[in-house]
Design a protein around this ligand. Structure first.
Ligand code: CA2
Length: 149
């Protein structure tokens, strides 16, 4: 039984809601966290919601969730397009990972089209703004219900 769902956010996502609302929406990361926390509460599951501008910190958090056998929702921000360290961390755990992007990375600059995370993700949700995080939670709860039945 999963006790904690880890939501990991990469570089610059602390700026959400302050600039580029046409691309990333108007909600802040704190708004998204509050929404997910309320949903998790109704399911009796804890939420660990974190953001870092540092690649190594994200690696450590992936390892931590993996060791605990907990699922991960990750928006690795620009590290999605660059980080072999993050993909190694994901592959080194058995953690179920759902990749989320607020924007549709395929409709943007070509350097955003490839994500290293995608190849190791159980699923990918993008282009739906903050709703994507909620949909990722729904997918995790559906998996949990399946594995408990
Ligand atoms: O669409 C997404 O969620 C991204 O992961 C967001 C990253 C970007 O590098 C990825 O290509 C796609 C950037 C997050 C930066 O967020 C900001 C929010 C407001 C103002 C400035 C940056």
């Amino acid at each position: 039984m999963t006790k904690t769902i880890h939501v990991l956010n990469g570089p610059n996502l602390n700026l959400l809601g302050s600039r580029e609302p046409e691309t990333y929406g108007t909600q802040t990361l704190a708004d998204i966290e509050a929404k997910l926390a309320a949903i998790c509460k109704t399911h009796g599951v804890a939420l660990q919601f974190r953001q870092s501008n540092h690649e190594g910190e994200l690696v450590t958090w992936i390892q931590e969730a993996g060791k605990a056998g907990d699922p991960i929702i990750i928006n690795a921000g620009a590290y999605s397009h660059t980080s072999i360290a993050l993909i190694d961390a994901i592959k080194g755990t058995n953690a179920k990972v759902i990749e989320v992007h607020l924007s549709n990375i395929h409709a943007r600059e070509s350097y955003r089209h490839h994500s290293f995370i995608s190849g190791a993700a159980r699923g990918i949700i993008m282009g739906l703004g903050a709703l994507g995080y909620e949909l990722a939670l729904t997918a995790i709860f559906a998996d949990m219900a399946k594995s408990e039945s």
